[in-house]
Ligand binder design. Structure first.
Ligand SMILES: [Zn+2]
Length: 308
């Protein structure tokens, strides 16, 4: 089997390339034609096709993230990556899109996009949310844009979305809306695909090979949720950090990306010494040592600390 090469682009040149590839700031006045919802029935699986051999991974800056990031977000820009990913377009041709993900989800993201390509699962477009005014998720969804990182909360709840951590991907969101028990759904233009018995190309159903590409690798599919049934959504949490993320306060949003403060460096807890109480010091040291390892080695905890 051909081994896939992942190229880590570093330095100012690579950052510049990433910014240019994103197409610059969104054009607020540029009309975006409404994307057609696929109406052709899904065709039988075609023979597997290998994606392009190389994938580039770029560092990102606050400026490059545009409105999708702001001070107070739970992940600093230096812990995010811009990843060039292959996808098969609705035109049946190979394309390269760009996703921003947490640095600890780069490999997993490349793997699932590779597998979708091999399955010839069609995706309409893959571009970063800063292409839309205010990085507004509704606009991205209405454009049927597949995306990952976006610093936003979970709709209707006071907690960060896994998208704000760079650990969730929305696939063909106009074809795979998020549907609430109340009957509300997003994007608001997805009425024609609320009938989930439809078999249009690009739709996701329970048990589909495209869904299993994720779920067989530990990702959670929002289509399995009761309220909302989030058919577009896949997330890959890490259990060690998931519980902490639930505890994170959700600060008020700001769209300003200027005056970005440096990431807050949080030292590990100090191990206190009990000189005269040797027996008591042993369990305390073990506890503190375990805590220190967590705070030193789990990248996400740095994110957690920066949001407090
Ligand atoms: Zn999502």
């Amino acid at each position: 089997m051909k081994r896939r090469r992942v190229v880590l682009a570093a330095g100012a040149a690579a950052i510049g390339a990433g910014v240019l590839a994103c197409g610059g700031p969104p054009q607020a006045n540029a009309p975006r034609p409404a994307p057609p919802v696929a109406t052709t029935p899904a065709s039988p699986p075609a023979p597997a096709e290998s994606p392009p051999a190389e994938t580039a991974v770029h560092p990102v800056t606050a400026g490059a993230l545009g409105a999708s990031w702001h001070p107070g977000c739970p992940v600093p820009p230096e812990n995010l990556r811009l990843v060039d990913v292959p996808y098969l377009g609705m035109d049946g041709k190979p394309h390269t899109g760009q996703l921003i993900v947490n640095q600890d989800r780069v490999e997993q993201t490349i793997t699932v996009l590779d597998e979708l390509f091999r399955l010839r699962f069609p995706i309409q477009r893959v571009q970063t949310p800063d292409h839309y005014p205010g990085a507004e998720d509704e606009l991205s969804m209405e454009d049927n844009n597949t995306s990952a990182f976006n610093c936003r909360g979970t709709p209707g709840r006071s907690k960060w979305s896994q998208h704000a951590l760079g650990r969730a991907i929305d696939i063909n969101p106009l074809l795979n809306p998020s549907v609430y028990k109340t009957g509300r759904f997003v994007p608001t233009t997805a009425a024609q695909v609320l009938d989930r018995t439809r078999k249009d190309a690009g739709l996701l159903h329970d048990g589909d090979p495209a869904v299993r590409v994720f779920t067989d690798r530990g990702w959670t599919w929002g289509g399995h949720w009761a309220d909302p049934s989030d058919y577009q959504h896949f997330e890959l949490r890490r259990s060690a950090t998931a519980s902490r993320q639930r505890e994170l306060p959700f600060p008020s949003q700001s769209t300003s990306d200027s005056a970005v403060p440096p990431p807050r460096v949080v030292p590990p807890p100090r191990v206190r010494k009990f000189r005269s109480l040797a027996l008591r010091s042993i369990p305390y040291r073990r506890f503190a040592s375990r805590e220190s390892r967590q705070w030193c080695s789990v990248t996400d905890v740095t994110f957690a600390a920066s949001a407090r």
